[in-house]
Design a protein around this ligand. Structure first.
Ligand code: C2O
Ligand code: CU
Length: 565
C-alpha cells in the first residue's frame, strides 16, 4: 500500500461552452471536470483542500466508506462546517476495501454542478481484475450538466418557485456537450481504440437532476462493477444510471474499423408538470485506429428508449447481481435487528402570511420534499461536531470549538420517525402524504447491527424516482418493486444471496426499494436524494451509528485542523 498526497486548490476559472461567452465557475486547480484521483485498494490518502474563492466550500468523496474516519467525509453541516475563504482542511483516510469507480464532488448548495471529478480505485498492486477479460486500457466518463446561468441563481430559482426546474442548457460527458450542441463539436470527448481489443469504461453519473441512459452505437456493454463493488458480468446494449451511481463496463472493439458515437440521454419518468428536459443527447466519439474520416452526418449514432421508459430502467436494475464468488465473497445480512420504513416524496410548503407564493399547490403553496414527513433543515453547528461534544462531555472539546453545550444540543434532535407519520396507501391515488414538518432529525442506531430500510416512493404530487444515497456504507439492494410495499408478500422475494451492492439506489416512481446494511462504521452519516433539486427542498436525513464497546470500535477524536462552525 502507498500514501497519496494531493492538493485540491478551490479556485475560480473561466470556461466557455455553447457559444455563450465565458463563464466563471468554481474548480479544483483550474480544471473542469476536476482532477482524477487514482489509488489502489488499501492505500492511504491525504488530500489537502484549500479555499481560494470568496465563498464557503466542502468536498465529499462519494462512495468512499470512510471507515472510522467520518471526520473526512465532507457534507456541509453534517460532518463538518464548510471551509471559509482562505481556510484549508486535510482529508485523511484509507480506502479500506472499495474497488472500482467513484467520484468526488462539492457538498454545499449547488456547487457540485462544476466541482466534481473521478475517484478511481484499482485492485491492490499486482492483482488482476476479476473480470472475464483484462482490459487493454480504461477511460473515465463523467456525465454532467451545464448551465449558462450561475448555479447559485439556479438554486435560488428552485427555492423561490418550489417547482419549475430551471433546467440545464446541456448535458455533458467529461464536461463537453458533444457533437450535437452548438460550438461543441470539436471538443467532444474522444476515445481511441484498436480493433479486437477490450476496454474498461468507468461511467459516473455526476449530473445534478437527471438519470441517464448510456450507449455506444453498435456495441455491447458488459457491466462488471456497480458503485465500486464487483458484479456478475451482465451484457446489455444500454445502461441506466441515476445521479450518484457509477458503473464499470467492458466494451470490445469488435465492429468494422470505423467511428461510432456514444452518448447519454435523459431518462425521466413521466411527470405531468415537468415537460422540460434537455432533449439533445450528449455525445462523444469511439474511434477505431485506421477509421476513415467521416462527417457527423455520416456517423452511427446510438438509439435510446423513450425518455420516460420506466419499465426499461427497472428491468435494467433488476438484472444486476453482486459477484459474490469464492474469491470475492459479499456477505448479505440474513437477519434484521432494526427495520425501518421511510416514505420519500413531495410535500407542500404552505405560504407564510404576508408572502406572495406562486407554487403549484393550494394558495400558491410551493413544493418541498420529505422523508417520513420530515423536511430536513441544515443546522448551524455540524451534527458530527455536536454529537462528539455530547458523547465526550468531560473533554475540553467545547474549548476547541467554541461551541457551548447548549448550542451543541440544539444542533439536532434524535427523534427521526422510524415509520411515516401518516399512513400511506399508494392505491388511494389522492394527495395523502403531502404534509411535512421542518426539522433536523436523526435516527440513532447501535454499532454492529443489521439494518433493513424500505424506501417507499409516495409519488403523491409528481412522478419521479428518487436516487437515494447513503454516506459511510455500501448497502445490499435486496428488493425493488412497484406499488405499495407489503412486508409479508415482498420480503418473501428478497434476494439474500447476491443482491447488487450500491451506495445509491433509484427508488422507482410509484414503487419501493429495500436495502440492508451492517452498522460497522460509527459516525454521522447523511442519507439523501441525489437529485440536487430534491436535496435543496429537504429530502435528507442522517443516521448516527454509535460507538461499539471495544476500544477499536470507537470514533477517534477529530483532526487538529477540523473546520469548526
Ligand atoms: Cu454524492 Cu451526499 O453525496
Ligand atoms: Cu428525489
Amino acid at each position: 500500500t502507498s500514501t497519496h498526497h494531493l492538493h485540491f486548490k478551490i479556485k475560480y476559472t473561466n470556461v466557455t461552452r455553447l457559444c455563450n461567452g465565458t463563464k466563471q465557475i468554481i474548480s479544483v486547480n483550474g480544471q473542469f471536470p476536476g482532477p482524477t484521483v487514482y489509488v489502489h485498494t488499501g492505500d492511504f490518502v491525504n488530500i489537502k483542500v484549500s479555499n481560494h474563492i470568496d465563498e464557503n466550500v466542502t468536498i465529499h468523496w462519494h462512495g468512499v466508506r470512510q471507515m472510522f474516519t467520518v471526520w473526512a467525509d465532507g457534507p456541509a453541516y453534517i460532518t463538518q462546517c464548510p471551509l471559509q475563504p482562505k481556510e484549508h482542511y486535510n482529508h485523511n483516510f484509507t480506502v479500506v476495501r472499495e474497488q472500482g469507480t467513484l467520484f468526488w464532488h462539492a457538498h454545499l448548495g449547488w456547487q457540485r454542478g462544476t466541482l466534481y471529478g473521478a475517484f478511481i480505485i484499482m485492485p491492490p498492486k499486482g492483482q488482476p481484475y476479476p473480470f472475464p477479460i483484462q482490459p487493454k486500457a480504461e477511460f473515465p466518463l463523467l456525465l454532467g450538466e451545464w448551465w449558462n446561468m450561475q448555479l447559485d441563481d439556479v438554486e435560488k430559482f428552485g427555492l423561490e418557485n418550489g417547482r419549475g426546474y430551471n433546467i440545464s442548457n446541456a448535458t455533458t460527458i467529461n464536461g463537453q456537450p458533444g457533437l450535437l450542441y452548438p460550438c461543441s463539436q470539436e471538443n467532444a470527448t474522444t476515445l481511441r481504440v484498436k480493433k479486437g481489443e477490450t476496454y474498461l469504461l468507468r461511467i459516473i453519473n455526476a449530473a445534478m437532476n437527471f438519470q441517464m441512459y448510456f450507449q455506444v452505437a453498435k456495441h455491447m456493454l458488459t457491466v462488471v462493477e456497480t458503485d465500486a463493488s464487483f458484479s456478475k458480468p451482465y451484457t446489455t446494449d444500454i445502461i441506466v444510471l441515476a445521479p450518484g451511481q457509477t458503473a464499470d463496463v467492458l466494451i470490445t472493439a469488435d465492429q468494422d474499423v470505423d467511428s461510432y458515437v456514444f452518448g447519454a440521454a435523459v431518462f425521466s419518468p413521466p411527470d405531468p408538470l415537468r415537460v422540460e428536459y434537455p432533449t439533445i443527447t450528449t455525445t462523444g466519439l469511439f474511434i477505431y485506429e485506421g477509421a476513415p474520416n467521416k462527417t457527423v452526418e455520416e456517423l452511427e449514432f446510438p438509439t435510446f428508449p423513450a425518455f420516460n421508459d420506466s419499465a426499461f430502467a427497472l428491468n435494467y436494475v433488476s438484472q444486476l447481481r453482486s459477484l459474490n464468488s469464492q474469491e470475492h465473497p459479499s456477505w448479505t445480512p440474513q437477519t434484521v435487528d432494526r427495520s425501518f420504513l421511510f416514505t420519500v416524496g413531495y410535500s407542500y410548503v404552505e405560504c407564510k402570511a404576508g408572502e406572495v407564493c406562486q407554487g403549484p399547490g393550494p394558495g400558491g403553496a410551493t413544493v418541498g420534499t420529505n422523508i417520513n414527513n420530515v423536511t430536513f433543515e441544515l443546522p448551524s453547528v455540524a451534527i458530527l461536531q455536536a454529537y462528539y461534544q455530547q458523547i465526550h462531555p468531560n473533554q475540553s472539546v467545547a474549548a476547541m470549538w467554541d461551541t457551548s453545550p447548549a448550542q451543541a444540543e440544539d444542533s439536532y434532535e434524535e427523534d427521526f420517525p422510524s415509520m411515516p407519520m401518516f399512513q400511506y396507501n399508494y392505491t388511494d391515488g389522492n394527495l395523502a402524504n403531502n404534509f411535512a414538518e421542518f426539522g433536523t432529525k436523526v435516527m440513532v442506531v447501535d454499532f454492529n447491527v443489521n439494518v433493513q430500510l424500505v424506501l417507499q416512493n409516495t409519488d403523491s404530487l409528481f412522478f419521479e424516482s428518487h436516487p437515494f444515497h447513503l454516506h459511510g456504507y455500501n448497502f445490499h439492494v435486496v428488493g425493488l418493486g412497484m406499488g405499495t410495499y407489503n412486508e409479508e408478500r415482498d420480503s418473501a422475494n428478497f434476494n439474500l444471496v447476491d443482491p447488487p451492492i450500491m451506495n445509491t439506489v433509484a427508488v422507482p416512481a410509484g414503487g419501493w426499494a429495500a436495502i440492508r446494511f451492517f452498522t460497522d462504521n460509527p459516525g454521522v452519516w447523511l442519507m439523501h436524494c441525489h437529485f440536487e433539486m430534491h436535496t435543496t427542498w429537504g429530502m435528507m436525513m442522517a443516521f448516527i451509528v454509535k460507538d461499539g464497546s471495544a476500544p477499536n470500535q470507537k470514533l477517534p477524536p477529530p483532526p487538529k485542523d477540523y473546520p469548526k462552525c
